[in-house]
Ligand binder design. Structure first.
Ligand code: PGA
Length: 203
């Protein structure tokens, strides 16, 4: 069976109300909500936005991969550029997070702007290429040209699934889709109508 194109709705620290979309049969939609909302999402795959680098234990404020697995989480972003920039996340921490996720059978999606941001061992992971300057700012899209995306992706490993993120919206999705196995959608995922347009165009 052909694998479904994956669209991850990265809500970041937003909580859109009454979010519901109908998902075309050949598309997989995963929602990446703030942690407390993971347990409330029904009918879509679940993606966490982050995970603790440690296992369960005395780590106040952390969410372990085991807890995520118990909630049925299938994917987890690691090393998003917003975490690297705002929380000083390092490749060493990212490698630990990946180990935690793999032990708990959750697919790590490593977010990287370049090859230097990839940890040494990426076996069993997917990669999301996302240039930080392409991330939308206050609802303004800053899309990267599909040609540049294609060139950048050509340097990434070929033996893992590659996704793209950065201002993905209903206008540019058709040009991006052929380049990757999935996309991560931030701002445009907050509006279910806009997200539905993206999913429909991908189907
Ligand atoms: P954006 O964010 O689609 O709003 O640019 C994507 C992301 O950073 O995951």
């Amino acid at each position: 069976m052909e694998e479904k194109f994956l669209i991850i709705a990265n809500w970041k620290s937003n909580s859109p109300l009454n979010w519901s979309v109908s998902v075309p049969e050949n598309i997989e939609v995963a929602i990446a909500p703030p942690f407390p909302l993971l347990a409330t999402i029904k009918g879509y795959s679940l993606c966490a936005q982050d995970v603790s680098q440690f296992g369960p234990g005395a780590y106040t404020g952390e969410v372990s991969a085991k807890v995520l697995a118990g909630l049925g989480v299938k994917y987890c972003l690691v090393g998003h550029s917003e975490r690297r920039k705002n929380f000083g996340e390092t490749n060493a921490q990212i490698q630990q997070k990946i180990s935690q996720l793999l032990e708990n059978k959750i697919m790590p999606i490593i977010c990287a702007q370049n090859l230097e941001e990839l940890p040494k061992n990426i076996e069993g992971c997917s990669i999301m290429y996302e240039p930080a300057e392409a991330i939308s700012v206050n609802g303004q899209y800053n899309p990267e040209s599909p040609e540049k995306i294609k060139t950048a992706l050509s340097f990434f490993p070929k033996d893992v699934k590659l996704l793209y993120g950065g201002s993905v919206n209903s206008d540019d999705i058709l040009a991006i889709k052929p380049l990757v196995t999935g996309v991560v959608v931030g701002h445009a995922s907050l509006d279910p109508q806009m997200f539905t347009q993206i999913a429909t165009k991908c189907s």
